[in-house]
Design a protein around this ligand. Structure first.
Ligand code: NAD
Ligand code: DAU
Length: 360
């Protein structure tokens, strides 16, 4: 039986991933979810499995070496999937410190703990024990030539405090592989969207604002490009890399689904109008008049685009969900989970929104 230690499992991708592996492997696996429950962590995302046999939640900080070591000592963990991070670029611009602490030092704590638990006296590692570090395409910087794509060989060139911290964490994982032969993989993925995403990120923020008749804040000229991937496809890619990929390798995960931000916002408007019942009052105010161009993000990367050739060739992964289906599924999920949205946007979220957008 495999035992997973998933960090950041109460966040957006982590909670989707836990659902994905339980759906795929059922009772064949155990999952220990370690999460500090920051503003981005929400146990409601895992409500349907909280009592499931084989699932354990531990509220802990990944920087707390003593607790992380203890979890390794008390459990025969043979898979680590490391999601826990501060993940929002705008927050990193306001306050870089916590990004270095969690993303860099937290990753080092996880690596030290796994190495202590798995390395044998002769320097080899327990067989079939693996660590997967979940990272981002933002480490590669911004593409200016429309013909260019991010490959695994693309030079790192991070610009924001967030991407600099993720790049540092990637380098630490690479250092452990190169120095200690530590059994790991890195995945660098493009922008995810789907259920349980916190509404500070573009897609859920626009859905939430549109449904409440609030303006839709588009940074700069709205022509920045991101490569959007439905979150379940990302989860599937992570699992395939860990089970079928070559150890020590990096794999880029992305959708060949590049869109300008303004196109995303207009698609959300038209899809919401299409999906709301004819007699729903909200349809009247959900128009492009809500779009408001606001001051650009500092250091705003222009374009990200992944070439997912290696992961396709080596493990047979490809993005299965086309954007038109994915965005409808996502909006349908937010319709069905309006109480979830109201709960996560009350209280502290209101303060965040004020500080980020009021004078923009
Ligand atoms: P998220 O912000 O939704 O969730 C992060 C989770 O980590 C939360 O549950 C939070 O409570 C937890 N956490 C934060 N600090 C912690 C700490 N010190 N100790 C323990 N837990 C802590 O993030 P996400 O969007 O789900 O991203 C998950 C991972 O995937 C991150 O590493 C991110 O860099 C990477 N990633 C995200 C995307 C994307 O589009 N969202 C794309 C590529 C890679
Ligand atoms: O590329 C992968 C990365 O994608 C992940 O590593 C990050 O964790 C994740 O947050 C995401 O980063 P982005 O900065 O690309 O995502 P965000 O949703 O914040 O913004 C997407 C684009 O939309 C970006 O060009 C900024 C713009 N934007 C964003 C917000 C929140 C707006 O125009 N208005 C907004 O209100």
């Amino acid at each position: 039986m495999r035992t997973y230690l998933v960090t950041g499992g109460a966040g957006f991708i982590g909670s989707n991933y836990i659902h994905y592996i339980f759906k795929k492997y059922g009772d064949e696996i155990r999952v220990i979810n370690v999460d500090k429950l920051t503003y981005a962590g929400n146990l409601e995302n895992l409500k349907d499995i909280e009592d499931k046999e084989g699932y354990t939640f531990v509220k802990a900080d990944i920087c707390d070496a003593e607790t992380i070591d203890r979890i390794f000592r008390e459990n025969d963990i043979n898979r680590v999937v490391h999601f826990a991070a501060e993940s929002h670029v705008d927050r990193s611009i306001k306050d870089p410190g916590v990004f270095v602490r969690t993303n860099v030092l937290g990753t080092l704590t996880m690596l030290n703990a796994a190495r202590n638990a798995w390395e044998q006296e002769d320097g080899s590692y327990l067989p079939d024990h693996k660590f997967l570090h979940v990272s981002t395409d933002e480490v590669y910087g911004s593409l200016s030539n429309p013909e260019d794509y991010f490959y695994e060989t693309t030079k790192y060139d991070p610009h924001s405090p967030y991407s600099a911290s993720k790049a540092s964490s990637d380098f630490m994982v690479k250092a452990f592989m190169d120095t200690y032969g530590f059994p790991a993989n890195i995945t660098n993925c493009s922008n995810n969207y789907g259920p349980y995403q916190f509404p500070e990120k573009l897609i859920p923020l626009m859905i939430h604002n549109a449904l409440h008749g609030k303006s839709l804040p588009v940074y700069g000229d709205g022509m920045n490009i991101r490569d959007w991937l439905y979150v379940e496809d990302h989860c599937k890619g992570i699992d395939l890399v860990q089970e079928k990929g070559r150890l020590y390798e990096t794999y880029n995960i992305g959708g060949h689904n590049e869109r300008e931000n303004i196109t995303i916002v207009k698609t959300i408007i038209s899809t919401l109008r299409d999906m709301l019942p004819e007699d729903d009052e909200r349809r009247a105010h959900i128009t492009e008049d809500l779009i408001t161009y606001v001051t650009d993000r500092k250091g705003h990367d222009r374009r990200y685009a992944i070439a997912p050739d290696k992961i396709k060739k080596e493990v047979g992964w490809y993005p299965e969900t086309c954007f038109e289906d994915g965005i409808r599924k996502t909006i349908a999920w937010y319709f069905d989970h309006q109480e979830w949205m109201e709960r996560v946007t009350s209280g502290a979220y209101q303060d965040y929104y004020e500080s980020m957008y009021s004078n923009r």
